[in-house]
Ligand binder design. Structure first.
Ligand code: HEC
Ligand code: HEC
Length: 294
């Protein structure tokens, strides 16, 4: 009966939709995204990082990359890089947020943890020619970002966003390229919240532990595939050395190699793998890089 009267129908439909909307979209603001969700360690962007973020939007990187590590264990393992899943407090300075919904490429929410190199050498090489580090990549080249950064609005942006900045931050923009800005942004993502870096268990076993894999033949296939997945982008598919040194028949002891791989040499661009590779896998790789040829 009622539905035959269009005016009443529209009013009732509106009321029903509004009830649903308030319960699911408005009411939650009472208890989420409040001051309690702030994370003290999360810092606003510097002018250079903010410029990088704007370039990320200009170039539409978010059409291929998401920026949120979902709560699923598999997502945390794959994209957490030692951190955990994304929390709302990590995004308080993101205007707009760039969570995205498409993952043609990997999630970048914590990418800063994956490549700790302060000089960003890996990022530069990858941005200029993605296929030179990941041969199967379908990411386009962004070598054209090697042009001077336009800083006309940098200070205004910081004021508008109410982010703190110093004159030194602004001076830091001088002579920077668009590439520098986007790398600064990549290096910041996910690095504010401290993660458990040196896994105590992985380092403590060292003095007594010995490499359980003496027979290279038996593990070669496994080790090569692990190397290809985790190390080749910096050490070369054949361990010939590219961004990092060649790893063929190292003179270092097994235990020393284990330690380097586990803890990394982050200041020089060698990431730590104690959160992404277990002991067995690291030993397999150690056995492989002790080989002279192959
Ligand atoms: C057409 C889709 C596409 C676009 C657009 C794109 N990417 Fe990618 N990106 C990928 C794919 C696929 C990979 C994985 C293979 C690789 O590492 O190159 C990737 C990898 C990456 C990685 C390395 C991730 C890792 O875990 O090693 C970074 C960093 C990155 N992209 C940043 C960017 C930035 C910054 C932009 C914009 C300037 C961008 N991408 C635009 C597809 C894309
Ligand atoms: C993002 C780039 C990158 C990745 C990925 C990477 N490395 Fe490295 N690695 C480096 C760099 C750069 C150095 C040189 C550090 C230095 O000079 O102090 C290095 C150094 C090393 C060394 C010391 C070599 C020596 O003779 O002093 C070893 C061993 C090593 N890497 C093993 C590995 C293994 C095994 C993997 C994969 C599990 C790996 N690396 C992944 C960049 C990388």
């Amino acid at each position: 009966m009622l539905e035959k009267n269009p005016v009443i129908f529209i009013i009732l439909a509106f009321v029903v939709i509004m009830v649903g909307t308030s319960i699911t979209m408005i009411a939650p603001f009472k208890w989420i995204n409040g001051p309690g969700d702030m994370i003290a360690e999360v810092k606003p962007y510097t002018p250079l990082q903010q410029e990088g973020r704007d370039l990320y939007m200009r170039e539409g990187c978010n059409n291929c990359h998401s920026q949120t590590v979902r709560t699923l264990a598999s997502d945390v393992e794959r994209y957490g890089y030692g951190g955990t899943y994304s929390k709302s407090g990590e995004f308080v300075y993101d205007r707009p947020h760039l969570w995205g919904s498409r993952r043609t490429g990997p999630d970048l929410a914590h990418i800063g943890l994956k490549y700790p190199d302060p000089k960003g050498a890996w990022h530069r090489k990858h941005m200029e020619n993605p296929q030179s580090v990941v041969p199967a990549s379908n990411m386009p080249s962004y070598a054209f970002l090697n042009v001077p950064l336009d800083t006309t609005y940098s200070e205004r942006k910081m004021k508008l966003l109410k982010f703190p900045y110093t004159q030194a931050d602004l001076n830091d923009l001088k002579g920077k390229s668009e590439m520098d800005a986007i790398i600064a942004y990549m290096r910041k993502l996910g690095t504010d919240i401290p993660v458990k870096k040196a896994d105590a268990a992985a380092t403590q076993v060292l003095p007594t532990a010995s490499n359980p894999f003496k027979d290279v033949e038996a593990i070669e296939k496994d080790a090569k595939s692990l190397f290809s997945q985790h190390c080749a982008s910096c050490h070369g598919e054949k361990r010939e050395g590219t961004l990092g040194p060649a790893l063929k028949g190292s003179a270092k002891s097994d235990a020393d190699l284990f330690k380097i791989i586990s803890q990394g040499i982050e200041a020089n661009g060698m990431p730590s793998f104690n959160t992404s590779l277990d002991e067995q896998k690291i030993w397999k790789i150690v056995t492989l890089i002790k080989l002279d040829t192959k």
